[in-house]
Write a new protein. Structure first.
Ligand SMILES: Nc1ncnc2c1ncn2[C@@H]1O[C@H](COP(=O)(O)OP(=O)(O)OP(=O)(O)O)[C@@H](O)[C@H]1O
Ligand SMILES: [Mg+2]
Length: 315
């Protein structure tokens, strides 16, 4: 295996006519770690990866492998394994499909059987790809990325369409690749889908960077709050207001922007209000992710230029 090298995206902008798909995006992806490239539908993930892989020309900025553009790589298949939308010739068998690429790249044919085995579809090697299920196609794309034993893997939504067993399998698979020192970048529109597979996250929304860091740092962003309820909600609301605590009313009572339940309980006590429940609410990672990307949507940053569509930046 060639060593894992960092992926560097720097000031990347990509416009399609009036649509700004990616705007001034910068981040780095480190070897030896699995990085989740996350954002809602239309955030610009695929566009970024297509620029990185030389399939689109950037409007501005760059996306490189340690400073080298994909097109300038000497042995691309042995440096970077990439799986974007799976596009297979339906009439070819899995084995033939991979053999074509191996031959073109000067990779020994024996490698084909190895990678099919590695992704768990060796038994389907002689089947035509046209009859493959979505999960089998995903595994075949992964087999393709491994052909050249590359140090960098770039995978666009590789978990889409996998069954629970497939999802478990891919977690181990990604972790193993990173543990071998490879750079692994995996996109997804769902944090929960990759939460157990990733070390780092790069979160984008509307084409712009929202957050980058470790998964743990994202967990810390999910600020704990307090849930409190009373048989007399009007009195409780008044007591919270009197204590200067901001709260929103939900099904389980009031959700108070205060991590310490003791302070909320004290406010109720001071107001002479009976409390029927009082506990800390630890918001999940997914909540934290959603509030990050929703915050970015409110800003409406990389929306189509005003006046060119009727959608007013709600894309
Ligand atoms: N070839 C193109 N021509 C015009 N607009 C495009 C083109 N490719 C992408 N876009 C637009 O760029 C934006 C980002 O799209 P992109 O496919 O990169 O998002 P994504 O994050 O991969 O979304 P998803 O989760 O749905 O795959 C969208 O508004 C999309 O419509
Ligand atoms: Mg996409």
């Amino acid at each position: 295996m060639a060593g894992g090298i960092p992926i560097e995206v720097s000031g990347l902008t990509k416009r399609f006519g009036p649509v700004t798909a990616v705007e001034d995006l910068s981040f780095t992806v480190q070897p030896g770690r699995v990085t989740g490239f996350l954002g809602p539908n239309g955030a610009g993930k695929t566009t970024t990866l297509r620029v990185l892989l030389g399939l689109e020309r950037p409007t501005g900025g760059s996306a490189t492998f340690d400073g080298t553009a994909y097109a300038a790589l000497e042995r691309p298949l042995e440096t970077v394994g990439a799986a974007l939308e799976a596009d297979f010739h339906p009439g070819r068998t899995a084995k033939n499909h991979l053999a074509v690429y191996a031959t073109a790249a000067g990779i020994p044919r024996a490698r084909v059987a190895q990678v099919l085995d590695q992704v768990g579809i060796a038994e389907f090697a002689d089947r035509r790809v046209g009859g493959f299920s979505l999960g089998m196609r995903q595994r075949l794309s992964l087999a393709y990325t491994l052909l050249g034993d590359p140090g960098v893997l770039v995978l666009d939504e590789p978990i889409n369409g996998l069954d629970p067993e497939g999802i478990k399998w891919i977690r181990v698979f990604l972790r193993t690749l990173a543990a071998e020192g490879r750079t692994v970048l995996v996109s997804s529109h769902l944090l929960s889908e990759v939460q157990q597979s990733v070390d780092d996250v790069v979160i984008i929304a509307k084409g712009r960077l929202v957050k980058t860091g470790t998964l743990t740092s994202l967990e810390l962003d999910a600020a704990p709050r307090t849930v409190v309820d009373s048989p007399d909600r009007a009195a409780l609301r008044a007591a919270l207001e009197a204590a200067g605590l901001s709260a929103s009313e939900g099904r389980q009572g009031f959700i108070v922007d205060e991590p310490d339940p003791g302070r909320v309980g004290h406010a109720a006590f001071v107001g002479g209000v009976e409390v029927s429940s009082l506990h800390r609410l630890k918001s999940g990672l997914e909540d934290s992710f959603l509030s990050l990307v929703e915050g970015a949507s409110d800003a409406g940053t990389a929306a189509p230029h005003p006046g060119t569509t009727g959608e007013g930046g709600d894309r």
